[in-house]
Design a binder for this molecule. Structure first.
Ligand code: NAD
Length: 545
């Protein structure tokens, strides 16, 4: 912290490029997509800045054209994990000792680089090809949100470092030192957001920590480009080590290390719970208690009151449930609609859904693209088949799928006859929305039902023009969502505006993109310095008159 300068202004959010027809942005992004698609890159494990080829490889394929391979990646195993831990710990001393302003400059530079055409196009194109996101979805994730994470985290880190003890009486100087954790942080990311893969290792690194970065196997491709961005920005070798590979083959040896100081995880609830169990089994081995931060699954709701406008509700449901094929932890996946508004809402919903185009994201007219891989395709279509067979549900839109070229699943709307039908309760993580129609007079009862239907509590929305209805929902659903929306879809949280995270089975709610997250990556040391220390042990009360 020596010579720390605290003059970082509150950043604006990174502006979203529209990629309108004829724009330079659109032309240059399309050109980069073509370029990346025409190549097949080899992706190494990266430890201490060195590229390691293990020979055990996996393929990076394009989900909407799954025979097309754009990368072959080397998988890390126990040996590489141990090398990565060693490299991280070696880098730790100088990184932790680096003045805060110097570390900050690296991440502010990463943000600025990502706003230049080369990096923006590259990271967006990698996300479009590797994760089947359309240009807008890639832009708001891989470019804007990641730029925002870098810049806002710096701003929040500054706030944390500035927070000092309230008082130092005469002769005393009290201060707080925000030390990085004593060990390394294991950053484990999901496939669905490139920005999350970028944030998980860099948020702890900004606070002086070293990290092991484990990308999801279906998003190694964009993860590798992120590593190149970190390098270009000046992240020193060994500070972030890249160890793709199978979850358990990488995860178990990492979590056995006595130097595991933190886990920064985003992904599914069962994986997180297993990791927590492994940490519990190893608890006596660790040098310190690992900080465990996990943002996990969701079963995000939309509750509609009879005072809401069906056109607004239908729009929110389409965007909230089907953008990025419903593969957002925040995606609307269950909705409660009052009987008096159902016919009109259904008509509008179906009319609009008929206009939704699905296909290759390289064709910018498509709103929806492919789901990530065969496993996701099988799970999601399993739920659709279940609904087709059930007498308690009816598919009112979509329900078809085809994995012959890409993993395509139509936007599907299920009408549930029972409020606790399987697809009202479980996370599907695909383009499937289940609707339950309730009697208007049972609004309050429906709010309680919504609160008690699923184990998750990530996002949710209430649509109502009646303020009393809003207030009641706000109250009854207080613990049902970590991000609660009034008259808005439950997706699309913006860094600096709606810090993101949920409770219950949805995670530890440490709010990515806020000081609440960064504070988990420091271990404060309180320092009291006495300028005039006492030289006599006796207190005045002991005097004999
Ligand atoms: P996933 O749980 O299958 O995988 C997440 C990561 O964990 C991957 O990198 C995977 O390789 C790794 N992993 C698996 N087993 C492991 C083990 N034993 N040890 C260590 N690592 C292991 O999740 P996914 O399919 O990539 O992503 C979708 C899930 O992520 C959904 O449940 C979604 O709701 C959730 N998600 C949550 C948020 C949020 O902020 N709450 C954001 C995005 C995604």
């Amino acid at each position: 912290m020596s010579n720390a300068i605290f003059n970082i202004p509150l950043p604006p959010n990174d502006p979203i490029s529209s990629y309108k027809p004829g724009s330079i942005e659109k032309e240059s992004l399309k050109a980069r997509i073509v370029e990346l698609k025409s190549q097949q890159i080899e992706i190494p494990v990266i430890i201490g800045g060195k590229n390691i080829k293990t020979g055990k490889t996996g393929k990076c394929v394009i989900p909407h054209d799954h025979k097309k391979v754009i990368g072959v990646y080397h998988k890390a195993g126990e040996k590489e994990v141990n090398l990565a831990i060693k490299a991280a710990l070696e880098a730790r001393e100088s990184w932790a000792a680096m003045p805060w302003n110097e570390r900050t400059a690296i991440f502010l530079r990463a943000a600025d680089l990502l706003t230049t055409p080369y990096w923006r196009n590259t990271i967006n194109a990698a996300t479009i090809l590797g994760q089947s996101k359309n240009a807008f979805q890639a832009e708001i994730d891989a470019a804007c949100e990641l730029v925002d994470f870098f810049r806002f985290n710096v701003y929040y880190a500054q706030q944390i470092y500035k927070e000092q003890p309230l008082h130092s009486p005469n002769g005393i100087w009290n201060r707080m030192e925000y030390r990085p954790l004593e060990g390394f942080v294991f950053a484990v990311s999901p496939f669905n957001f490139t920005s999350i893969a970028g944030n998980l290792p860099t948020a702890p690194a900004l606070m002086g920590n070293v990290a092991l970065m484990k990308p999801a196997s279906s998003a190694v491709y964009s993860g590798y480009w992120l590593m190149k961005l970190f390098k270009a920005a000046g992240v020193p070798d060994g500070v972030i080590n890249f160890i793709p590979g199978s979850g358990s083959q990488v995860g178990n040896p990492v979590m056995k290390s006595p130097y595991l100081a933190g886990i920064h995880f985003t992904g599914s609830t069962p994986v997180f719970q297993n990791m927590w169990k492994t940490v519990g089994d190893n608890i006596a081995k660790y040098k310190s208690y690992p900080r465990i931060v996990g943002e996990t699954g969701g079963k995000d709701f939309v509750v509609v009151h009879k005072s809401a406008d069906p056109q607004i509700v239908a729009t929110a449901l389409i965007r909230g449930a089907f953008e990025y094929q419903g593969q957002k932890c925040s995606a609307a996946s269950r909705a409660y609609i009052p009987k008096s508004k159902w016919d009109r809402t259904k008509r509008l919903l179906i009319k609009e859904l008929k206009t939704v185009k699905m296909g290759d994201p390289e064709d910018f007219t498509n709103f929806m693209n492919a789901v990530i891989d065969q496993a996701a395709f099988d799970t999601i279509t399993g739920y659709i088949k279940f609904a087709k067979r059930s007498k308690d549900a009816q598919i009112i839109f979509g329900g078809n799928f085809d994995d012959s070229k890409g993993y395509f699943i139509e936007p599907t709307v299920i009408l549930a006859k029972k409020p606790k039908f399987k697809t009202m309760e479980e996370e599907i993580f695909g383009p499937v929305l289940t609707i339950y129609v309730y009697e208007d007079k049972k609004y309050e009862e429906t709010l309680h039902l919504c609160d008690q239907t699923s184990e998750y509590a990530l996002t949710g929305a209430i649509f109502a023009d009646d303020r009393d209805a809003v207030q009641l929902a706000n109250k009854i659903l207080v613990n049902a969502a970590g991000n609660f929306y009034i008259n808005d879809k439950p997706t699309g949280a913006v860094v600096g505006q709606q810090p993101f995270g949920g409770a219950r089975a949805s995670g530890t709610n440490d709010k990515a993109g806020s000081y609440l997250n960064l504070i988990r990556w420091v271990s404060p040391r309180t320092i009291k310095e006495n300028f005039i220390p006492p030289a006599d042990y006796r207190y005045p009360f002991m005097e004999e008159k």
